[in-house]
Structure formats: structure tokens, C-alpha cells
Write a protein that binds this ligand. Structure first.
Ligand SMILES: N[C@@H](CCC(=O)N[C@@H](CS)C(=O)NCC(=O)O)C(=O)O
Length: 198
């Protein structure tokens, strides 16, 4: 792809679905307009976007939705997406699994407090450990250092967002130790990836 004019629309917080693409573009030194939407402005701007959600990438004015489609495109531009078909499929598997896990928690964000506590407690007792154990096994099956291609790819940036979020202590009723308890290899993985970032 020849040099294109890029604009990434996402929220103004460091994390979430838009952050891996933002990190990859910065890491590769690819120029882009980094539109960071304050949460308070969201209700007034969401109708700008085709599905009223972000991230949305604009490439020479053309619009691309869906975070993992954006991650694949940006990953290819930034040389952070495997060329080998199997390795690329593993990269996709990991990115989609991270989304499946996070979506369980996103579904609870606007619940009443008592319902939030009940649902998150159930998630911590079963579904989240199941996803974490699976991701840990995938990391080990692919050599234990990075998720695919024997190097850092978009999959690793995506999992970094996940482990940072789950270990932050900011998610009520989700113990900050949950990654250590169910996916211990993801902690050194996080350090390994963070060392490669600016
Ligand atoms: N499947 C979409 C989901 C996008 C999505 O749910 N984005 C959230 C932010 S991470 C959003 O725009 N939420 C605001 C809203 O739905 O009003 C993707 O992966 O990009």
C-alpha cells in the first residue's frame, strides 16, 4: 500500500479496542491523525460513525470499521502482522479471543451495582479463568515468548491491553490477581512486550 492519509478515531483514554492500532502506528513511525474523543463528547459525535461506535479508521477518506480489521490493516502497514497464513490465523484467533473476554466485562459496565457484582462474580468464577487459561496455553504452544510469528505482533499488543486492564484493580469485583492466578505466563509476556515499546 502506498503512503495514505490516515486518521484514527477513538476515545481519549489509553487502552481499549483502539489502542493497539494507535500503538502500532506510533511504534512504526507512521504519520496519522490521532483523533481522541473525550467521553463527554461521545453522545454528540457518535452519529458521525457508520455503526455509532469506534474505533474507526479513515484511509484517504475511506472508512474502515471494526477494531480487528483495523488492527490487521495497521499491522500490515507497521510490519506487525504475520505474512504466513497460519501465523496470521493464530494472530486473528488471539485478537478475537481477547475481544470475547473483554466483551463479557463490557456487558456489565452499565449494570446496577448489585447486578454488576453478581454477574462479575460469576464471570470471575468461570468464564474469565477459562479464557485466560486458553490464552496462556496458546502462548505456550507458540513458544511462550510471543503469541505468533516468533516476534511481537498485533496479537501481543492486544493481549497487553487485556492484561493491563484485568490487572489494574479498576474493575470492581475482578481481583487484580486474576491474570497471575489463571494465566501466569501472561505477566512476563506483558513485561516482554512493554520493553519493546517507547
Ligand atoms: N465490534 C466492534 C465493537 C466496537 C465497540 O463496541 N466500541 C465501543 C468502544 S470500545 C464503543 O464505540 N462504544 C460506544 C457506544 O457503543 O456508544 C469493534 O471491534 O470495533
Amino acid at each position: 500500500m502506498t503512503a495514505a492519509t490516515l486518521k484514527l478515531n477513538y476515545f481519549d483514554f489509553p487502552g481499549g479496542r483502539g489502542e493497539p492500532a494507535r500503538m502500532a502506528l506510533n511504534l512504526a513511525g507512521i504519520a496519522f491523525e490521532d483523533r481522541r474523543i473525550p467521553l463527554a463528547e461521545w453522545p454528540t459525535v457518535k452519529a458521525e460513525f457508520p455503526y455509532q461506535q469506534v474505533p474507526v479508521m479513515e484511509v484517504d477518506g475511506k472508512v474502515l470499521n471494526q477494531s480487528n480489521a483495523i488492527n490487521r490493516l495497521v499491522g500490515k502497514m507497521a510490519d506487525l502482522y504475520p505474512q504466513d497464513n497460519w501465523q496470521a490465523a493464530v494472530c486473528d484467533d488471539v485478537m478475537d479471543t481477547a475481544d470475547d473476554l473483554m466483551q463479557l466485562l463490557v456487558n456489565t459496565f452499565f449494570m446496577q451495582e448489585d447486578e454488576k457484582q453478581r454477574v462479575r462474580t460469576e464471570l470471575v468464577a468461570g468464564p474469565i479463568p477459562m479464557f485466560l487459561a486458553g490464552l496462556n496455553a496458546t502462548l505456550l504452544a507458540n513458544g511462550g515468548e510471543f503469541f505468533c510469528d516468533g516476534r511481537m505482533t498485533m496479537a501481543d499488543l492486544k493481549i497487553l491491553m487485556l492484561t493491563r486492564s484485568l490487572s489494574s484493580g479498576n474493575l470492581d469485583y475482578v481481583p487484580a490477581s486474576i491474570v497471575a492466578e489463571h494465566a501466569a505466563d501472561l505477566l512476563p509476556h506483558r513485561e516482554r512486550v512493554e520493553k519493546l515499546l517507547p
